[in-house]
Design a protein around this ligand. Structure first.
Ligand code: E4P
Length: 218
């Protein structure tokens, strides 16, 4: 499963990319707004694309098809790894089709149902982003959506990649892997949580205590 980092924070992206742990990045307007500080957004996107060797989702902010296509073309021109992110609306699906026909990668975001995911595949999306955590937030079962989309895409041979999004904790990542999501986009804090286990810490403490007590050196 590909791991994407869900952030526009360049420091976090470099930290994870330098460790060789991520396959790409996803951003959205809210994540960009958190770190923008009046900086030129195109420059920021270029830096992010340079920092990671893999797809970087950059989202349009228009809501009508034609302006989405125009924005999408500008975003795609920033870097060869840029993926244009469009919302799962009628206009977003039409923009997806046009941008894919232009030869660009497209991530259709804000997916909350299997029927929406079906249309994203029909529109030729490279990725579809079902928002697991936001469904859980309203007492739904976010992972069930990933499971159902996997089943439908496999039944009919759609090659749109399922990008599990709105990830809140490590178990979301584990469940997405078990279901067979193609990718998971993970906030930096959750990425580092994946590496931790109390028995690892206890075990390491004990090893070092024993080693030091023996007074040995490498
Ligand atoms: C996906 O690409 C989005 O950036 C993201 O996963 C949204 O998650 P949130 O519900 O934590 O805002």
């Amino acid at each position: 499963m590909k791991i994407f980092l869900d952030t526009a924070d360049l420091g976090q992206i470099r930290r994870a990319a330098d460790a060789g742990l991520i396959d790409g990045v996803t951003t959205n307007p809210s994540l960009v707004a958190k770190v923008a500080e009046n900086r030129d957004v195109t420059d920021m996107y270029r830096e992010i694309c340079k920092a990671v060797d893999g797809p970087v989702s950059l989202e349009v902010v228009a809501v009508d098809r034609d302006t989405m296509i125009a924005e999408g073309r500008k975003l795609a021109a920033i870097h060869e790894n840029a993926v244009v992110k469009v919302p799962l609306t009628e206009d977003g699906l039409k923009a997806c089709r046009a941008l894919v026909d232009d030869g660009h990668m497209v991530n259709v975001t804000l997916c909350f149902s299997v029927s929406q995911a079906l249309l994203a595949a029909k529109a030729g999306a490279t990725f579809v982003s079902p928002f697991v955590g936001r469904i859980d937030d309203i007492s739904g079962e976010g992972m069930q959506l990933i499971h159902h989309i996997r089943q439908v895409y496999d039944n009919y041979g759609y090659d749109t990649e399922i990008l599990a999004a709105s990830i809140r904790h490590p178990m979301h990542v584990v469940e997405a892997m078990l279901i067979g999501a193609d990718c998971c986009t993970i906030p930096p804090a959750v990425l580092w949580q994946l590496s931790r286990h109390p028995l690892t810490d206890q075990g390491l403490d004990a090893f070092l205590k024993d080693w030091n007590a023996a007074g040995t050196a490498i």
